[in-house]
Design a protein around this ligand. Structure first.
Ligand code: SF4
Length: 335
């Protein structure tokens, strides 16, 4: 494998150091981005429900003074989050009904999802797990062993998804250890990492991480979550390049969000930009109806109009599948 270039915003600083410097205070966010302070009281109120959190790397891509910046909108707590909305609930995908063990969600026949960590490096205001019971799903040693036993008893499962929280907050050593234990279960073939860190903390994609994913018999994929072309700066491009040069398949899932990326133009630019960086479009999700996220939602009829325009302009391999996650279904529902 070729050497991987430095992806650090501040050379000499590790990704763990960057994590210690998250922005988690609205006052600081408003000051750094020179935002209109009339929005500050509402932000303070909304962050009581779901804390403000973002990396300084992500912050560096937000345009100062622009309250409508598409990246800022994904992280800025707003007054709307406190308004009760019918049909917007704590657990829109009813994951509790498919949660046989702490840290394990088994919804689809042949794949299971693991809640590998209980936090993220960014808090996306529209996140369908913003109200998730992470405290009931912590993966200590005994819970992890119970999951391994569950997998041994369920030979229909051939794929494990490391989700979260943020799975890449695990150290490379922890990932290596978990992969070794999973690789000892014969029917497992693939491990997917659903991660936003390549976007919000690109320095996390280091040489050891790539080597770890290549050290197992299991086929490892990284599914990133990128919603807007502006999220891809030179550091993110370097992270994608590192994954690509290590031979790791990288896919993207985005969420269609009002005021962020709800136009065919924005979606087309995003998918061109991803492909330029060797990332293949996978899913475009409509919003899961989570409490506090209603202001990001768009009508399904509008989503379909945007998607038809995308279909007319993008080659098939750059067109993500427009899907909705519906509780109780055996797979995502194409729209
Ligand atoms: S990174 Fe993913 S899991 Fe974490 S808050 Fe954002 S959408 Fe939710």
């Amino acid at each position: 494998m070729n050497a991987i270039p430095q992806i650090q915003l501040h050379p000499g600083t590790s990704w763990q150091d960057e994590l210690k410097q998250l922005v988690s205070d609205s006052n600081e966010l408003f000051e750094l981005l020179e935002l209109d302070r009339s929005y500050l009281p509402a932000a303070k109120q909304a962050e009581k429900l779901f804390p403000l959190r973002l990396t300084r790397s992500y912050l560096s891509r937000i345009k100062k003074g622009d309250i409508n910046d598409p990246l800022l909108k994904q992280v800025l707590p707003l007054a709307e989050e406190n308004e009760a909305q019918a049909n917007y609930v704590d657990d829109p995908l009813q994951e509790r009904a498919f949660n046989p063990l702490p840290g394990l969600v088994h919804k689809y026949h042949n794949r299971v999802l693991l809640i590998t960590t209980s936090s993220c490096a960014i808090n996306c205001r529209y996140c369908f797990r913003r109200n998730f019971a992470y405290s009931e799903n912590r993966l200590g040693q005994s819970q992890w062993q119970a999951i391994l036993d569950y997998l041994k008893d369920h030979d229909e499962v051939d794929e494990v998804i490391f989700s979260g929280g943020e799975p890449l907050l695990l150290t490379n050593e922890q990932i290596q250890q978990r992969l070794e234990q999973l690789a000892a279960i014969p029917q497992l073939h693939r491990v997917r990492f659903h991660s936003r860190l390549p976007i919000v903390l690109p320095s996390r994609i280091d040489q050891n991480f790539c080597a770890t994913l290549n050290s197992t018999r299991l086929q490892c994929l990284v599914v990133v979550h990128c919603n807007h072309k502006q999220e891809i700066d030179a550091y993110v491009a370097a992270a994608f390049s590192a994954l690509s040069r290590a031979g790791i398949t990288c896919l993207n899932q985005a969420v269609l969000l009002r005021g962020v990326n709800d136009s065919a133009k924005s979606q087309i630019e995003l998918n061109h930009s991803l492909f330029k960086n060797k990332v293949l479009p996978y899913y475009l999700h409509v919003l899961d109806k989570v409490r506090g996220g209603a202001h990001f939602d768009i009508e399904l009829s509008d989503a379909r109009i945007i998607y038809e325009k995308m279909r007319a302009r993008l080659p098939g391999y750059l067109l993500p599948k427009l899907v909705k996650d519906e509780p109780g279904q055996t797979a995502k529902t194409p729209l």
